[in-house]
Design a binder for this molecule. Structure first.
Ligand code: NAP
Length: 245
């Protein structure tokens, strides 16, 4: 493959890399040549094993992004940070607990800011550029149903992506986001288990299928390669056409 699409020798940390979209992103970055630090609050040993079995290199790191010390624990020599870790709490807005709001905002938005800040400080101190990719959502654009905290957090991720891109472009740090559509992971298990919601969703997706985590990995990997060097502040929808409809 053309060198413009390779990231050999780059060091990439992916949060929430034990499963779902994060695991696929870790595998995708490793396949493009990066050394991957698969970070999770659970073991990422399976992700690391899959990368090594495919001929790549990776290590795991214990990291709960909601813990106060998380940003300080970030390695100082990273070239790429993917803020993928996220949670969702489904409840009618009138019943949505304050503790759920805080949990969702802490993981999905506050940690994205603090980890990005630590990444940028370290990169600037080394005189290096870098790439940050945040995982946004269709609910960075739409309101969703029964997920007010999640929607607020993902709108915040889109805004934060643009704010950081503006400030850090002069330092050579590109900040972008990928907004996945409906992807078959733990996050959407409840939706897929509900025949009515599942059929409604599928019927609206022009591509006619749920997304696969690998669909997201391709877009994220592109945003970490030299090929996308002039892309910053973008939120790239990877949704089988959902938002175009
Ligand atoms: P998932 O399978 O539930 O994975 C979420 C990941 O985040 C898991 O690895 C989870 O770890 C990790 N995580 C949660 N809280 C964490 C914390 N405090 N510290 C570290 N890791 C934490 O769901 P997914 O679909 O792959 O979600 C990945 C990202 O995509 C999320 O930001 C989500 O909002 C976003 N997204 C997903 C969809 C979709 O349709 N699936 C659509 C739009 C956006 P555990 O395994 O320990 O819980």
């Amino acid at each position: 493959m053309s060198a413009a699409f390779r990231i050999d020798g780059k060091r990439a940390l992916v949060t929430g890399a034990n499963t779902g979209i994060g695991r696929a992103i870790a595998e995708g970055l490793a396949a493009a040549g990066a050394h991957v630090i698969a970070a999770g609050r659970r073991s990422c040993a399976e992700t690391v094993a899959a990368i090594v079995a495919a001929g790549g290199t990776a290590e795991e790191m214990a990291l709960d992004v909601a813990e106060p010390g998380a940003a300080a624990a970030l390695p100082g020599d990273l070239d790429i940070l993917v803020n993928n870790a996220g949670i969702i709490r489904r409840e009618d807005a009138v019943a949505h607990a304050e503790s759920d709001w805080d949990d969702v905002l802490n993981v999905n938005l506050k940690s994205v800011f603090l980890l990005s800040q630590a990444f940028a400080k370290a990169a600037m101190a080394r005189g290096a550029g870098g790439r940050i990719v945040n995982i946004a959502s269709l609910l960075s654009f739409q309101g969703g149903v029964r997920v007010p905290g999640y929607t607020a957090s993902k709108h915040g991720v889109a805004g934060l992506t643009k704010a950081l891109a503006n400030e850090w472009a002069p330092a050579g740090i590109n900040v972008n986001a990928v907004a996945p559509g409906y992807i078959a992971t733990n996050n959407t298990e409840a939706l897929r288990a509900d025949p009515k919601r599942s059929a409604e969703i599928l019927g609206r997706i022009p591509a006619g299928r749920w997304g696969d985590p690998a669909d997201i990995a391709g877009a994220v990997t592109f945003l970490c390669t030299p090929a996308s060097g002039y892309v910053t502040g973008a939120v790239l929808n990877v949704d089988g056409g959902w938002l175009a409809r």
